[in-house]
Design a protein around this ligand. Structure first.
Ligand SMILES: Cc1cc2nc3c(=O)[nH]c(=O)nc-3n(C[C@H](O)[C@H](O)[C@H](O)COP(=O)(O)OP(=O)(O)OC[C@H]3O[C@@H](n4cnc5c(N)ncnc54)[C@H](O)[C@@H]3O)c2cc1C
Length: 398
């Protein structure tokens, strides 16, 4: 007979690890199944906004993550066509509705490592790809790629954008946004001397940005809607050449071009950007009795607000609270229902906001460009601070 586990989490990304840690902080054990043979650290860095820092503090690791990452002081938005500043926003110490804002660009591998190291040794099981989910009475029967099976009393899908658990729940597949993204990371032997600012260049069919993570490293990204003429090559050297050419022919500052040139070829990553339609989230089942999805498995979104990972951390803290309470009361279904009620609208709203901001920021349409540079740039910069003005609450007093 297969072993029975109380709570099985599929996926050891941000969402899975943070959920396991949140449960652990409330005295509840879980098992995390990860398909990779070790912790995955793709993606280089993430812009982490106030809501993420509140979640990391609730998990008791905010201090550790802050130690390695510099505080962002300002957001500066430049127009790609004129090079002029279209919006500027103070980030350091900016007052939100709930409290002060905080923004840092965080190395993904460092964050994932800190989360994983806080967990008891036997929590994560690597090389454990779930390939099939079946019902077994009140339990879920999980078939793994190695032929083994595990039975779970509760199943949490944190298995990312192509989530098997989301499919099992009947959620609609994510749609392609029509945009591509490339990301990279430049490392310096000594202090790079770049100001701790989030520099964003918008318009002309692309959106590019650079954010120092520490005094010796800078993360950059470039998002665009490829035209029919663009020959997009997955080869990272050619991809980098393509981006540099696009930036050089616009009024982007030389600073970002130098950072992109400095990043090593194996440090460029490209992705097709997908999102889940907010309507399908509002109408679909995001939980069902003893099963739910969170993170990208629940709300894949375009990266235009830099919120996918921040929202995954919010989800994790909120789910850990409901789930641990319901483990103690014995009513898992109720806990799941509360989670769905709490998250459904927030996720749908943030997906929509990210899509709209991305559309306006990248558009090369002359009317949209005119409005963007005259009024919308400032409104959109403010909307970057609106979404993170959220508190997922605490798990316990640290
Ligand atoms: C270009 C770009 C820029 C971004 N910028 C930001 C940003 O600035 N700020 C921000 O907050 N977010 C950003 N994001 C979003 C962020 O990267 C994601 O939202 C976040 O990483 C999602 O975490 P997750 O744990 O839900 O999923 P993932 O990180 O995808 O983790 C899923 C895990 O599940 C495992 N898995 C999958 N299937 C199975 C299976 N069947 N069995 C076992 N294991 C499985 C995978 O191996 C993986 O480890 C960006 C995304 C992109 C594409």
């Amino acid at each position: 007979m297969e072993p029975v586990e109380d709570i099985v989490i599929v996926g050891a990304g941000l969402a899975g690890l943070a959920t396991a840690l949140g449960l652990q902080r409330r005295g509840v054990k879980s098992l995390v199944l990860e398909s990779s043979p070790a912790i995955r650290s793709s993606g280089f860095a993430l812009g982490m906004w106030t809501n993420a820092w509140r979640a990391l503090d609730a998990l008791g690791i905010g201090g550790k993550v802050r130690e390695h990452h510099i505080l962002g002081e300002r957001l500066v938005v430049l127009s790609s066509s004129s090079g002029a500043t279209s919006a500027e926003l103070r980030l350091k110490g900016a007052q939100g509705k709930i409290g002060k804002h905080e923004f840092r660009s965080v190395k993904r591998d460092s964050l994932v490592e800190i989360l994983a190291n806080e967990l008891p040794k036997d929590t994560i099981r690597y090389s454990s790809k779930v390939v099939l989910i079946k019902e077994d009475g009140n339990l879920k029967l999980l078939h793994l790629a190695d032929g083994s099976t595990i039975r779970a009393k509760v199943l949490v899908g944190c298995d990312g954008i192509y989530s098997l658990v989301a499919k099992y729940l009947g959620l609609k597949e994510p749609d392609f946004s029509g945009h591509l993204s490339a990301r990279g990371f430049a490392e310096y032997p000594t202090n790079h001397g770049v100001k701790p600012e989030y520099l964003l260049i918008t318009g002309g069919g692309f959106r590019a940005g650079m954010l120092p993570t520490s005094e010796r490293s800078i993360y950059w990204f470039f998002t665009w809607r490829p035209s029919k003429k663009d020959k997009i090559d997955q080869n990272t050297t050619k991809m980098r050449e393509f981006i540099i050419e696009k930036l050089t022919t616009s009024k982007a500052p030389n600073e970002i071009i130098e950072v992109i040139k400095k990043s090593e070829m194996n440090k460029v990553l490209s992705s097709h950007l997908r999102y889940r339609s907010p309507f399908s989230l509002l109408n679909g089942s995001i939980t069902k009795r003893n099963i739910c999805v969170i993170g990208d498995a629940l709300h894949p979104m375009t990266p235009d607000l830099g919120q996918g990972g921040c929202m995954a951390l919010e989800d994790s803290v909120i789910l850990a609270r409901y789930l641990s309470d319901s483990v103690y009361t014995g009513n898992i279904e109720k806990g799941m229902e509360k989670f769905a009620k709490d998250r459904r609208w927030r996720c749908a709203e943030v997906i929509t906001r990210a899509y709209v901001v991305g559309f306006i920021q990248q558009s090369s349409n002359c009317i949209v460009s005119f409005l963007r540079e005259k009024v919308l740039a400032k409104i959109m910069a403010k909307s970057l601070l609106k979404t993170p003005d959220y508190d997922c609450g605490k798990l316990r007093n640290f």
